[in-house]
Design a protein around this ligand. Structure first.
Ligand SMILES: [Zn+2]
Length: 150
């Protein structure tokens, strides 16, 4: 397994149905001639408590794949945006009923994952996890989790 494949297999602790590669958190994985692996990640949300878990999970995944000299670097610039979520990642989020974050306007008001209505309202900044918010659809009254915009 390549170091990239090992790092890319790590799932997001907040959204375990998608990998950090699918979310666009994983930026770059390099291996120098001495076998030292450097993993560059950009967290989805500043202050998101999942970051420490992601760093630990990356180190564990690489150790299991036989890479023992691992450094995880966090890059805040350029910042993560929902544009970096891959098509596969969006499909998985939608299938799980989590509003797939779209372009900037849809981040502010996510579409209802049940009926697709854009007429939604935020109920709480604190959804089921620290990185999601609870929303409700005004059309079908269905509550749903949305990934918090930056
Ligand atoms: Zn709805």
């Amino acid at each position: 397994m390549t170091p990239y494949a090992a790092a890319a297999s790590v799932v997001d602790p907040e959204l375990p149905l998608v990998t950090i590669a699918e979310l666009g958190i994983l930026r770059e994985v390099t291996e120098d001639p001495g076998g030292r692996v450097t993993v560059s990640i950009t967290p989805t949300y500043s202050g998101c408590p999942a970051l420490d878990a992601i760093r630990a999970d990356i180190a564990t995944a690489l150790t299991r794949a036989g890479y023992h000299d691992v450094e995880v670097r966090t890059h805040l610039s350029p910042p993560w945006s929902t544009d970096q979520i891959t098509a596969a990642g969006r499909e998985k989020l939608a299938a799980a009923g989590i509003a797939p974050p779209g372009p900037v306007l849809l981040q502010i008001r996510p579409r209802c994952p049940v009926c697709g209505s854009p007429d939604t309202e935020e109920l709480s900044r604190f959804g089921s996890t620290a990185c999601k918010a609870l929303w409700r659809c005004r059309t079908c009254a269905e509550p749903f989790d949305a990934v918090k915009p930056l």
